[in-house]
Design a binder for this molecule. Structure first.
Ligand SMILES: [Cu+2]
Length: 141
């Protein structure tokens, strides 16, 4: 009988652990968007910046064709930015997007790969916006 109680206790602890693990998943789910190539050959889309998210937060483009992103902030106060850095040096994008503003950036990804998009703003000593979930990815095919 004692074994039965212990088994039940182990099951309870395991399921509580699973619930905690699910709760610790990233706040944003992945919203992938394949960006179409327009008639003029440009891959054009809009990304909405909010506190603390990008929407969509996963964009898929083709290598070797220009990309034009309209970055629109919908925040009232908090400034954000939009950073993509390829450690190999093929991409180096850093655009500040102050509250309520819109900026258009263009670049041509040279090589396939998956690159992080993130906001590195932070109000010390709070965690960075990226740590609060403000990140995404650029997938180049
Ligand atoms: Cu930010």
């Amino acid at each position: 009988m004692r074994w039965l109680y212990m088994w039940a206790a182990v099951c309870l602890v395991t399921s509580v652990g699973a619930v905690i693990a699910v709760a610790a998943e990233p706040l944003q789910s992945d919203h992938a968007a394949v960006i179409p190539v327009a008639a003029d050959g440009v891959q054009r889309t809009t990304i909405t910046l909010d506190s603390y998210s990008y929407a969509p937060n996963h964009i898929i483009v083709e290598a070797g064709k220009p990309v034009e992103l309209t970055l629109t902030s919908v925040t009232m106060m908090i400034p954000h930015n939009f950073i993509i850095k390829d450690p190999a040096g093929s991409l180096s994008i850093e655009q500040d997007v102050s509250a309520g503003k819109t900026f258009i950036i263009t670049f041509t990804p040279a090589h396939p790969g998956t690159f992080s998009i993130y906001c590195d703003k932070r109000l010390w000593p709070l965690p960075s916006h990226r740590d609060k979930g403000m990140e995404g990815k650029l997938e180049v095919r």
